[in-house]
Every structure is written in structure tokens, then in C-alpha cells.
Write a protein that binds this ligand. Structure first.
Ligand code: SF4
Length: 492
């Protein structure tokens, strides 16, 4: 059996980093880890190829080679997914879809021949046997969450690694918290399941053997969801990094209660974690209570961010507007908080009711749901009736984005974040980093209309924070992505 794995295209969102990637000469931020893991579980005599549409286009010759097409993706990839399913079917191919888009029952997958809902590990052997016999079912669903200690190493051999800015590695699935808008806990559960330290080290070994150097994103829903296990993992990570002379820079996502645990922060710094994404959501206490994000109420938000930064770990954060309890001045309060906390990469989104979340159920019961979510919280398109006047909400949201991603404001915040950063672990410098710096100097320093602000930022970094110069270039390049994205949204 010849399996063509197709990863649909992402639209231009905060997380696509589409405008930053050309600086590094990369095509996409991360490889499709889900499909690569499925590939590792298919019968060994099956042939497989990967086409990631974020890296290259799908050719007719790819489809002519295949017997079956496997697709996986998130809701936000729906339009591209639908297009690829239709194209594969025109070539007379069977299609199998998986990923969070299936759990969301997204209409984009309606035309697929077979769908796999939930985590695929325990379903794949049955699906593969059924496909070989020509008797595959329309729908496969696994209600229990699989034991992630049995997940094999992802099949990285079919991915063009050098086309990606970062590699992905998953340590855990699920999160113990209850945020009302979150679909993670509905899909992956509230009992975080973790891989063993041996599994994680084996994945790092594989990346190392394949010649990867540079950033590795631990794509966990909440890296510290199971603190007991993460305490066992981190010393092993520190040891691995020492033995291999720190070839990787690590990034992850974690809940804000990381700031309650300085031992973990110290170990994360030693293991070469350089950036962590945290869901801060809002400085408005009533809105945090409304969305049952109680873990963000345990410590002062600003203090928590400062503490993480003091360990040399940059904080990147998510913010939301549109909660029922948001007061009229929420927009100014968000801007003020982002400024004071010095969080350069602030992903501010409009609240969206993702399918089958607690929020979705509540709004449905209240008769406030308007339509299904497109999974992209930067679209100026609400899928529910907010308490605040819709126009006021959208205008306020636009104002936050245009303020925080005004180049002058952004570079000031980036500089302030460097001054908050404590001593960090040494960063490995790879060729693409050097190319990125050269392109940044040229494109941002000479061609961009914000070149004055750029040079001021680089000059002040050189004078005051020379040790963080690599980070400063990364922030400048990331800033370019946000300037372009927000500029495009403003003119639309
Ligand atoms: S902390 Fe993050 S992953 Fe956990 S429930 Fe809240 S939003 Fe979801």
C-alpha cells in the first residue's frame, strides 16, 4: 500500500510565522508531528510519502503514485483540507482524515471516505488491516485516551527537516485545568499523560542523529500539567543537553503557575528552555473567574511574568477580549498590562467558542451561538453574541493590535523584555540564524519603513544587553511577522 500523507495549508495567523520564516530561509514553522507519528505506526511494508502544503505544493504525480491519502489538521486548516480531499477524490483515491478537526466534527471533512476521531495510536493497526482488506469503516472513534508511553518515535525520515524553522516534540497530552473556552481538555482530557524521560531522550537522540541543530518546540498543551513527572524529566533533559553540548534551544507552553515553582524554572533554564508561551488571557479578575482560569488568580500576574523572565526565559503570552465581564476599559487595561509585563510576542485574540467546549455549551444554552468557529481567533468575526456591543468589541480589539504592534511600541517592549531577562543558557548558533541576521539587517535595517526604530533597538541592545543580542534579532524578525499581519488586517 502506498500512503500519501498530506498536511493542509495554514492561513496567515499569529502562529504561522509566515512573514518571519523567509528571514531564516524556511518554509514552515513546524513539521506535522501527528502525521509523522501515524506514519511510524503503519505496517512496515507500506510505502509512505509526505507532502506538507506549507512547504510545497501537491503535484498530480504525488497523487498518481498513491493508493490512499491520509490527511490531518486543525479547524483552522479546514478550507485547505476540504480542497485536498476533493482533489484526491477526483484522482479516484480513498481519503482518511484525522486530527482535532475530526473531533470538532468540522464540515470540511464531510467528503472524506474515512475519519479517525481522537488520538489515533490504538486505532491505526485496525484501520490499516481494514484498508488492506478493502473493508475500512466510515468512522473510527477511540473513547479512552491512549497510554502515551507506547507512542513510537515519529517517522522523521519522510519530512524535509531543513525546510522547518523548528522541530516538534511532544512530551505530554492533556491539562488539569478547566478554562471554559479550551478545547484541549475536551480532546485530550484533564489527566495529563506523559512520555517517559527515556522516550523524550530517544526523540532528542533521533533529532541529533538526523543532524538537526537549533530550536525544538515541546508542543505540549501544558508542559507542567503533571508536575510530578516533569520533575523527573527535567534532570534527564539537563544531563542530555550537557552530554551533547546543548545542540537544541527548547520552547514550550505552560500554565502560569510555573511561576510558583522556582525549582522547575531553574531546571528549565539549565535544560536550555528559552521561551515559554503562557495563557494570561486578561488582567481583569472578574473575566478570569468567569472563564474559570483560577490558576491565574493565585499570584499577581505581573509578578509571575517577571519571575519567569528573571530565569532567562522569555514569556510569550495569549490574551483574549470578549468575555462577558470585560469592562469598557478592557482594551486599555490589556495594552497597559502587555506594556508593563514587557511581553513582545503577545497573541491577542477575540474570544471564540470552539466546538464542544464548556463555553460553546453555555452559549448554546443561552441562545448566543451564531455559527461554528473557524478556529482562528484573529478574524474579526465573532461566532457568538457578546455582552459588549459587537462593534465596540471589534474596534477595541483592532486598537489593541494596532497599538501593541506599532513598531515603536513593539521595539520598546522588546527592549524592556531584554532588560527583564536574567542570564540565559547559551544558545547554539546555526547557519540559518546567521543568514536570518544578515537578512534582518538588510530588509529591516535598510528597506523597512520602521528602520529608524529598528536601529534604535539594535543600538540600545548592543549598549545595554549585548549578551541578549541573538534574542534581540529573533524578536526583531518576529516583530516583522506581526507588523505585516496586523497591517494586512487593518487594511482589510
Ligand atoms: S491552562 Fe491552557 S491547556 Fe489548560 S485548560 Fe487552560 S487554556 Fe486549556
Amino acid at each position: 500500500m502506498k500512503v500519501l500523507m498530506v498536511y493542509p495549508e495554514f492561513p496567515d495567523t499569529f502562529w504561522s510565522f509566515k512573514h518571519a520564516l523567509p528571514f531564516e530561509g524556511k518554509r514552515s514553522a513546524f513539521p506535522p508531528l501527528g502525521l509523522l507519528t501515524v506514519s511510524a505506526m503503519l505496517p512496515s511494508h507500506w510505502e509512505r510519502r509526505l507532502v506538507d502544503l506549507n512547504v510545497r505544493r501537491l503535484k498530480d504525480s504525488d497523487l498518481a503514485w498513491a493508493d490512499v491519502v491520509f490527511l490531518s489538521g486543525m479547524i483552522v486548516q479546514g478550507p485547505s483540507m476540504q480542497e485536498q480531499i476533493a482533489r484526491a477524490k477526483r484522482h479516484g483515491l480513498r481519503t482518511v482524515v484525522g486530527g482535532p478537526i475530526v473531533s470538532a466534527k468540522d464540515p470540511a471533512i464531510a467528503e472524506a471516505d474515512h475519519a479517525v476521531e481522537g488520538e489515533a495510536e490504538e486505532i491505526i493497526p485496525q484501520l490499516a488491516a481494514d484498508l488492506e482488506r478493502g473493508q475500512a469503516q466510515r468512522y473510527y472513534v477511540k473513547k479512552q485516551w491512549p497510554d502515551v508511553t507506547q507512542v513510537p518515535l515519529p517517522d522523521l525520515h519522510i519530512a524535509p527537516l531543513r525546510r522547518y524553522s523548528s522541530m516538534s516534540l511532544q512530551y505530554s497530552r492533556g491539562c488539569p485545568f478547566t478554562c471554559e473556552f479550551c478545547d484541549i481538555i475536551e480532546i485530550y482530557g484533564r489527566r495529563p499523560r506523559t512520555k517517559t524521560p527515556d522516550q523524550v531522550c530517544a526523540e532528542l537522540d533521533q533529532l541529533y542523529r538526523l543532524g538537526w541543530r537549533g530550536s525544538v518546540f515541546m508542543v505540549d498543551d501544558n508542559f507542567i500539567g503533571n508536575k510530578k513527572n516533569v520533575r523527573l524529566l527535567l534532570p534527564r533533559l539537563v544531563e542530555w543537553m550537557r552530554e551533547h553540548k546543548s545542540p537544541f534551544t527548547l520552547y514550550t507552553e505552560a500554565s502560569l503557575n510555573l511561576a510558583e515553582d522556582e525549582d522547575l524554572l531553574r531546571l528549565m533554564r539549565e535544560a536550555n528552555f528559552k521561551r515559554v508561551f503562557m495563557g494570561i488571557e486578561t488582567p481583569v479578575v472578574e473575566s478570569l473567574k468567569e472563564t474559570t482560569k483560577f490558576q491565574n488568580l493565585r499570584m499577581d500576574l505581573l509578578e509571575s511574568v517577571r519571575l519567569v523572565q528573571s530565569y532567562g526565559i522569555e514569556v510569550m503570552a495569549g490574551f483574549i477580549v470578549g468575555f462577558d465581564n470585560d469592562p469598557a476599559d478592557v482594551f486599555d487595561r490589556q495594552i497597559q498590562f502587555i506594556r508593563e509585563a514587557a511581553i513582545p510576542l503577545s497573541m491577542v485574540g477575540l474570544l471564540t467558542a470552539l466546538p464542544n467546549t464548556q463555553l460553546w455549551r453555555r452559549l448554546k444554552a443561552e441562545g448566543r451561538l451564531l455559527k461554528e468557529s473557524l478556529g482562528n481567533n484573529t478574524l474579526l468575526d465573532l461566532n457568538f453574541i457578546p455582552k459588549m456591543d459587537t462593534q465596540q468589541l471589534i474596534e477595541g480589539y483592532r486598537r489593541i493590535l494596532s497599538t501593541i504592534y506599532n513598531p515603536e511600541e513593539y521595539f520598546e517592549r522588546a527592549l524592556a523584555s531584554l532588560s527583564q531577562l536574567g542570564a540565559a543558557a547559551k544558545t547554539p548558533v546555526v547557519f540559518s540564524d546567521l543568514m536570518a541576521v544578515a537578512r534582518s539587517l538588510w530588509r529591516q535595517g535598510f528597506l523597512a519603513d520602521y528602520r529608524m526604530e529598528y536601529w534604535k533597538f539594535i543600538g540600545q541592545t548592543l549598549r545595554r544587553h549585548r549578551q541578549h543580542l541573538p534574542q534581540a534579532f529573533t524578536l526583531a524578525i518576529m516583530g516583522h511577522h506581526f507588523f505585516e499581519l496586523v497591517g494586512a488586517a487593518e487594511s482589510s
